[in-house]
Design a protein around this ligand. Structure first.
Ligand code: FPP
Length: 234
């Protein structure tokens, strides 16, 4: 990939696990299992490419509506990947969970908090995992924090601007995503990084997430490079 600008931040909606499993007459959780392996490999590749941040949408605030069996399977997978399948000791990633942790069981909540604090001083790529994440929920959460500060007097109404607002989002301190990638053929944003994607490019691909490869990420980056970003200018 010569003469190519590597983006600073990519947002990825890991979609199509269910359809991948259905095509093979397998239970949906097998699609998630394969999707988790792809997540791990693509994370490694993002490290190799030298990204500043990558954000994976792994579980939305709406995903609790799924059958209990599927939710249980996903929770097991998150736990497994958070504990041993992803080597937090070796990689230099700062792991940040985007979303409201309070909905998870105590074991998972403690694990998430432990991983965040253990990796907080890391200097490598920020690995954002959106778990129980919804962008509207994130924005409401930011509004409440700001309102609380204003009512306590530690912030004034005049202090509220785009930058101070963004500092109250889960992605505080990180660049906005250069592009949002959604595989699986769906063309929706599904409550993902609504504030942060104001100037992001959207790249939709037909491949299902469990079939997604490093080559597909190369193609997405090449597509991003072919876009002409003007940020509202001419
Ligand atoms: C959407 O596909 C995918 C999800 C709701 C789960 C994504 C989770 C993983 C890939 C697990 C790995 C994550 C970590 C952090 C270990 P879908 O089920 O909606 O697919 P469909 O639209 O084909 O039904």
């Amino acid at each position: 990939m010569e003469n190519i600008t590597i983006p600073k931040h990519i947002g990825i909606i890991m979609d199509g696990n269910g359809r991948w499993a259905k095509k093979r007459m397998l239970p949906r959780n097998m699609g998630h299992k394969k999707g988790a392996e792809v997540f791990k490999d693509i994370t490694r590749y993002c490290n190799e490419l030298g990204l500043e941040s990558v954000t994976f949408y792994a579980f939305s605030t709406e995903n609790w509506k799924r059958p209990q069996e599927e939710i249980d399977g996903l929770m097991k997978l998150f736990k497994q990947y958070l504990i041993d399948a992803f080597d937090y000791e070796k990689e230099n990633n700062k792991v940040i969970f985007l979303g409201d942790k309070s909905a998870f069981n105590q074991e998972l909540r403690e694990l998430m908090t432990e991983i965040e604090s253990k990796t907080a001083d890391r200097t490598g790529m920020k690995l954002n995992l959106a778990l129980n994440y919804g962008s509207r929920d994130e924005i409401v959460h930011a509004c409440k924090e700001i309102a609380q500060k204003v009512s306590e007097g530690s912030m004034s109404v005049d202090d509220i601007d785009e930058n101070s607002f963004a500092d109250h989002l889960y992605t505080k301190g990180q660049p906005d995503p250069d592009f949002i990638l959604r595989p699986s053929g769906e063309k929706r944003i599904s409550n993902f990084l609504l504030w942060q994607c104001a100037y992001s490019e959207f790249i939709y691909m037909d491949v299902l997430w469990p079939d997604f490869t490093r080559k597909d990420l190369d193609s997405a980056i090449a597509e991003f490079n072919s876009r002409n970003r003007r940020f509202g200018g001419v």
